[in-house]
Design a protein around this ligand. Structure first.
Ligand SMILES: [Zn+2]
Length: 198
């Protein structure tokens, strides 16, 4: 009995050594994904298999706050933005992130400045959320073309407002034409805009 157990354990060990970890995970084929072509920005729904090498996965869900505080934008959110940027460029719009990930300390500085500028915490909060509430320090918010590119920059952001849903990107607030978040699954309708952050 004991010898048999040992044999089994050894067998399992040899088996696990023979199959590298990456091959094991490649077997877990996703049943659904949205893949965007890196050079055209075209998105296709994949119900079996993986995105090709010329594509990037956009996922299938809204992107929510990660478990732990990140130190950059959440990668899939960044991927969504990058392909939207490619698609925009093809029709002459330039998208630039003017503010993306912010540390809690950076967000605090911006908030303190906004309080000074707007005269009260309540008024400031309509434009800049305090560190604990903002999605910028969670890596799931970007500001596009803010004070960059003038009217052209605003027009490009308006393009993203109209077409961002294809990539799962939405403008969130009525008073901030520049602020976008990954609020929906790719291809899904964006929720009604909130009047302002609060
Ligand atoms: Zn913002």
């Amino acid at each position: 009995m004991k010898a048999n157990h040992l044999k089994c354990a050894l067998g399992a060990l040899v088996f696990s050594l023979l199959i590298p970890a990456n091959q094991v995970s490649a077997k877990e084929t996703p049943v659904l994904d949205y893949c965007a072509n890196k050079s055209t920005g075209n998105v296709r729904k994949v119900t079996k298999g993986l995105c090709t090498q010329s594509e990037i996965s956009l996922g299938t869900q809204p992107i929510t706050r990660p478990k732990n505080r990140p130190s950059d934008l959440v990668p899939q959110f960044k991927a969504r933005y990058e392909v939207a940027k490619v698609a925009a460029k093809l029709i002459g719009h330039t998208l630039t992130i003017t503010s993306g990930y912010r540390s809690l300390a950076q967000q605090q500085i911006l908030f303190d400045r906004a309080v000074k500028r707007n005269g009260s915490v309540t008024a400031a909060t309509r434009w800049v959320l305090p560190p604990k509430k903002s999605n910028h320090p969670w890596g799931i918010a970007i500001d596009i073309n803010y004070r960059v590119g003038g009217a052209k920059g605003e027009k490009a952001a308006a393009w993203l407002e109209k077409n961002g849903y294809k990539y799962g990107l939405c403008r969130r607030y009525e008073n901030e034409w520049w602020h976008f978040e990954p609020l929906v699954a790719p291809g899904r309708k964006c929720p009604k805009m909130e009047p302002y952050a609060s």
